[in-house]
Design a protein around this ligand. Structure first.
Ligand SMILES: Cc1ncc(COP(=O)(O)O)c(C=O)c1O
Length: 504
């Protein structure tokens, strides 16, 4: 217990100790049953007499905040009237002025909205289609533990230090090799390992963008990117999509304005729609980027999770040189807790990104990179991927089956060839945000479409992650969702009557 004492204060030391501990106990910072140091020990730590501490403990005991147990010590009691966590929270006006300014920040993180929706969910165990991750029970924990243990056994100075700032050279070479096999030319020196692909996006955005710049994104798109760009005070221009992905005619209009500084795109198994940009459009996107001098960030967050259909060339594979910054991650294919992602960039931008990376976190965890490298090289990655794809394919089919079986007529979706999500359009003018509380009451949650749009708030769409549950749970989840939709459509229930957008 570190108790700040002010020896110049007219308040006696024992009262300062009492006041500090009272506050800690009342606000729950010191939990009931916490054992306090013996009076002699605390007196020594604080440099006071033992009587001072004994007096403080006696006062708190008389207030019912401490209990002393013979032969055992002094413990925190459950405060009469319970702990008052609200007392620990300050109201906005209590913070220093410079902090209050932050309260009026103009951007509201969409991710935070999703988190608060998820945490506000009632009921014991809702079936959740809201997650952005793959199935945690498929994560190759046993094999990975062995790889990590082997690296720790070596524990040489190489492993225990920061390591190469651009990333573990062997891992960079492995990534270049994997990408090469997919037709994406990447030299190990063009690979920069990042703390997840989110950091890769953040580095590119910080290097290339200035407040007021315009960034083109698919509409809808990944909320983590929306948040990132908003945090940098840049304008987002959403490019609508159809079945073939981003509409290039609208992209050209966006680029023609002359103010676009970046195109951020997820061309393969797009988040949230699951769609792929067609091969023809991939070429058109690159031609437009060159015509209008706009760099392209290709976010390939789940490209390895293909269940059927033929692979399409990555934008990076079509890059004539230096136009595309490619980002990838092991979060969806292996596990997000690794926090290992990467980018591939050629030209002067690479050193700019590397320098920025060093100012941000010096380097990505060397230990994790080494473990990952040890894991991947023995071919387990490919085996794991094949298994994950087999299971996810069956789960996707199962979700589609359930949607057909339970959802009312007018519900629409396009079955994706890979990735994690199905993007479902609700029938009629039902808004997913309005549906959410009813669905939560039925014991099912999803990611409402509004989270994925740079501006529009009411959406008839929801994103459903199909990778997490076995068939029976997927079916039960959709049955509950259909029940919520039926309740939302009951005559007399107030629903938004204004027409909702009808893209994708
Ligand atoms: C499209 C997309 N890009 C990037 C990320 C970031 O993932 P990570 O930082 O874990 O690599 C996510 C995570 O959900 C995502 O959905």
């Amino acid at each position: 217990v570190r108790i700040p004492l002010d020896r110049a204060s007219p308040v006696p030391l024992y009262q300062q100790i009492t006041g500090f501990l009272r506050e800690q106990i009342r606000t729950g910072s010191l939990a009931p049953e916490t054992r306090l140091p013996a009076t002699r020990e605390l007196a020594r730590l604080l440099g006071t007499s033992r009587v001072t501490v004994a007096n403080a403990y006696a006062d708190l005991e008389s207030e019912g905040l401490l209990i002393s147990r013979m032969g055992s010590g002094t413990y925190v009691a459950t405060p009469p009237g319970g702990t008052d966590r609200a007392a620990a929270e300050r109201s906005d006006g209590d913070w220093p002025l410079w902090q209050q300014r932050l309260l009026t920040s103009t951007w509201l993180p969409a991710m935070r909205e999703l988190d608060s929706l998820l945490s506000a969910t009632p009921g014991p165990d809702p079936i959740s289609f809201a997650s952005g991750m793959g199935a945690t029970d498929l994560f190759p924990i046993v094999d990975f533990r062995k790889a990590l243990a082997a690296v720790l056994r070596e524990a040489d100075s190489e492993t225990l230090g920061y390591g190469d700032r651009a990333g573990n050279p062997a891992l960079c070479a492995t990534i270049a090799h994997i990408l090469g096999a997919q037709g994406i030319p990447a030299r190990p020196e063009e690979v920069l390992i990042t703390s997840g692909s989110q950091q890769a996006l953040a580095l590119v955005a910080r290097l290339l963008l200035h407040p007021g710049d315009r960034v083109l994104v698919e509409s809808p798109t990944y909320p983590g990117a929306i948040d990132l760009f908003r945090s940098l005070d840049v304008h987002l221009q959403g490019i609508p999509m159809d079945e073939d992905g981003m509409r290039v005619d609208r992209l050209e209009e966006g680029m023609q304005s002359g103010r676009a500084r970046l195109l951020y795109t997820i061309p393969t198994f797009h988040n949230p729609t699951g769609l792929c940009l067609s091969a023809g459009r991939r070429r058109q996107v690159l031609a437009l980027a060159q015509r209008y001098n706009v760099p392209v960030v290709e976010d390939d967050f789940a490209g390895d999770l293909r269940y059927d259909g033929r692979a399409l060339p990555a934008l990076k594979a079509l890059d004539p040189g230096g136009w595309v910054i490619y980002t990838g991650t092991f979060s969806k294919m292996l596990m997000p807790g690794l926090r290992v992602g990467f980018l591939v960039a050629s030209g002067p931008i690479y050193n700019g990104l590397l320098a920025l990376k060093r100012t941000t976190d010096i380097a990505t965890s060397n230990l994790m990179q080494r473990a990952l490298q040890a894991y991947i090289t023995v071919g387990r990655y490919q085996t794991h991927l094949r298994r994950a794809c087999r299971i996810y394919r069956a789960r996707r089919d199962s979700l589609v089956e359930a949607l057909k079986a339970y959802m009312p007529e007018g519900t629409r979706w396009l079955t994706p060839q890979g990735g994690l999500f199905i993007w479902v359009r609700l029938p009629g003018d039902l808004s997913a945000t309005e549906l959410y509380p009813l669905a939560a009451q039925e014991g099912v949650i999803f990611a409402p479409g509004s989270l994925f749009y740079p501006a529009e708030k009411d959406q008839p769409y929801l994103r459903m992650n199909f990778t997490l549950y076995p068939d029976s749970m997927l079916h039960e989840g959709v049955r509950r969702l259909a029940a919520a939709v039926a309740r939302a459509r009951e005559p007399g229930r107030r629903l938004p009557r204004r027409p909702l957008p009808a893209q994708v």
